[in-house]
Design a protein around this ligand. Structure first.
Ligand code: NAP
Length: 268
């Protein structure tokens, strides 16, 4: 049996085992996806063990996405652009590091066209969002973050613009992405990074938060006549891309999506 898994700390309740184990079962693959709780001081050991066993592939989550880059043999150009990996896989005997959050982010909007994207947030996820928007060749991108220094630094790195948080309603963007942790289940659940009255004109409000499935940001955007997109496709999309790298097969996306959606609805 091939072993795959997720390393992170703390792992909490991850939906990745559900997605991957269901997909292995549906495709009749003799494989299992496990959780590997790994405190930061044991990350190096984890990768030594992963090579020895071997673990056939896996995902990396908070807080190891940056540190793990030095523990694989090769990182892709895409991962280097972001400076973080969320997936490792074997190719030609070498352990590769990739970032599949980018293709996950792009997946639900790849057929759409936007003239100006506003990215709210400047943390780890915002980096994948920015790389995704540049892959889609969105001509104007503005970053707004509560901490303006982080917005400025990210804008320099990605050669794009930034604006003070207080001015986030003034961009005229037709794509607004919530890449902050506001709206996420927990203490920020009923918060939105973008006040209702700032939605003008029309466009797409894309929340990369997927738990809950409908956030305040999305509900208020819909009330203002905007289209909305939640983070579920990004989550299942990044898993599907990793699955293809590990197995060479296409994940049964619709079934995986439905399983995650049902699990989230049952837990809400
Ligand atoms: P992170 O690195 O901790 O960044 C958090 C961001 O949220 C920062 O920009 C922070 O601003 C901002 N923020 C936090 N509290 C705020 C507040 N009260 N007001 C305004 N801004 C606030 O987190 P991350 O890894 O980027 O994750 C961000 C979100 O993306 C999470 O909700 C996560 O669930 C989601 N995500 C989804 C997927 C998916 O597959 N759908 C993948 C990755 C992440 P400051 O810099 O000012 O603190």
């Amino acid at each position: 049996m091939k072993i795959f898994g997720l390393t992170g700390h703390p792992l909490g309740h991850s939906l990745s085992p559900l997605v991957h184990n269901l997909s292995f079962a549906l495709l009749g693959l003799d494989a299992e996806y496990r959780l590997f709780q790994t405190p930061p001081d044991l990350l190096e050991d984890f990768f030594k063990q992963a090579r020895r066993l071997p673990i056939s592939g896996g995902n990396i989550t908070i807080p190891h996405k940056v540190a793990a880059m030095a523990l694989v043999d090769i990182t892709t150009a895409q991962a280097n652009k972001i400076g973080a990996i969320n997936t490792f896989y074997w190719q030609n005997g070498l352990l590769h590091g990739e970032n599949t959050d980018i293709s996950g982010f792009i997946r639900p909007i790849r057929q759409k066209r936007f003239t100006h994207a506003l990215v709210l947030g400047a943390g780890g996820a915002a980096r994948a969002v920015l790389a995704g928007l540049q892959t889609l060749q969105v001509s104007k991108i503005t970053i707004c973050n509560r901490n303006a220094d982080k917005a400025r630094m990210l804008a320099d790195e990605f050669e794009t613009s930034w604006l003070d948080w207080e001015k986030r309603g003034e961009t005229g963007a037709d794509l607004i992405i919530n890449a902050t942790s506001l709206g996420m289940q927990g203490q920020n659940a009923d918060k939105s990074p973008y006040p209702r009255e700032l939605f003008r004109g029309s466009g797409l409000a894309y929340d990369i938060v997927y738990n809950p499935i409908n956030t305040r940001f999305m509900l208020e955007a819909a009330q203002a006549g905007w289209h909305t997109q939640n983070g579920l496709d990004m989550f299942v999309g990044q898993a599907a891309e990793a699955f293809a790298l590990w197995t060479g097969q296409t994940m049964p996306y619709a079934e995986a999506f439905e399983a995650v959606r049902n699990a989230l609805l049952a837990s809400s």
